[in-house]
Write a protein that binds this ligand. Sequence first.
Ligand code: PLP
Length: 496
Amino acid sequence: MEILYSSTRAKENPVKASEAILKGLSEDGGLFVPDRIPALDKSLAEFSQMTYKQTAYEVMKLYFTDFTEQELKDCIAKAYDEKFDTEEIAPLTEADGAFYLELFHGATIAFKDMALSILPHLLTTAAAKNHVRNEIVILTATSGDTGKAALAGFADVEGTRIIVFYPKSGVSPIQEKQMITQKGKNTYVVGIQGNFDDAQTGVKQIFGDRQLAEYMDGKGFQFSSANSINIGRLIPQIVYYVYAYGRLLREGHIKEGEKINVTVPTGNFGNILAAYYAKQMGLPINRLVCASNENKVLFDFFRSGIYDKNREFVLTTSPSMDILISSNLERLIYQIAGNNPDKNRELMKALAEGGLYHITEEMRKKLSDFYGNYASEDETAKTIHDLYKKTGYVIDTHTAVAACVYGKYREETQDDTLTVIASTASPYKFTRSVVNAVSQESYDEMEDFELVDKLCEISGVHVPKAIEEIRTAPVLHQRICEKDEMKQTVMEILGI
Ligand SMILES: *Cc1c(COP(=O)(O)O)cnc(C)c1O
């Protein structure tokens, strides 16, 4: 049966999956949600025999109902190929009684590769289905990770160009090197003289410029975004939870139908929402443990029913979770409001105007699937250190936040259900913090690449290809612009 997508802020005019992917965000500012959550139509035993790609097809076909079987299989084949350093795509590693689902084996060694490897193919397929003839121009502002993952995903994808703006002095040396060495004849990387907010504001202004859009259309171009609220990023994230369950079953760690817990280090609430969708599709999941760092808006929300972003923004060693507005939470709010766009719109308006909203008692009751907690900076470092000392397994800072919170959950609830922890980045992505935590020394005087060697020595884990390559890769992008020159820069790049 066909699934249509409507906005979390209005019920009118639902669109097909391909249109929702093309649009990204609804015109009323809401997020696209499926009109129902489909049930898995293969047994868990069948899933236990499937490869990652087969699982991906079985999950995505239920949501992207206007794609043909061939179209979806082509997208999946192009996404989950040798860009990943293991055929398993998302391996499970057991350490200290939990199963780490390693989502960092893609091109940029962090979990955003899981969705950004397939989004470009979903997007170009969707464009063809909807008779879009324009070339699609992806514009992204990045504080480091998303930009590189988007560049890697879109590089040399026919019919697209990608332009990434990053704060010239606001990303780590490894992150910058990753971006400015990006190959692909359709990739453009621009450093701006400003901070991440300036880059983001500039991109939003370009997106909102109707005159520019019309002019571009005349020249055969249209903008799109690779934003994490795109349904084409959310749905592919459901896959790895189903896959992980299948692996646990195949390897005899669980019996068919036995429930597992899932712990997710959370920022924008995309990854954990995908796990929640998996649960509603029939995957036996007990609790969803939502782990935050010191920016603990979500922890407070689960405890009090109040979402309040009015607080100091803390810079932590898990920067991809340094977020005060978790945009994907809106999809959960809509659902616990009884799929009610009016109630959701009222709360989002309160958030936009006063930075806070309260949910009703009735809505709170529907949150019992979730448990929220957070890890302080010291606890995060200690978790990396202790796990390494006990097992030799080295995890990154984001994953450590999750591991720490999982420990708190167990202590608080005595629930010993088998648990999968989403491991969202390779320790090599956040080398400095990881080495400092493991060795309990500070290596301030060492360069980032020296630290890579240090980490290799400590952990015995091979330096990932993604890091090895950029040591010697030539710099291919040197464009820099002032923060008020972004629009001109885009036009220059497009030659219009
Ligand atoms: C983006 C990111 C997260 C947070 O994921 P959300 O889907 O935004 O909640 C966690 N860890 C890493 C390494 C990330 O890059």
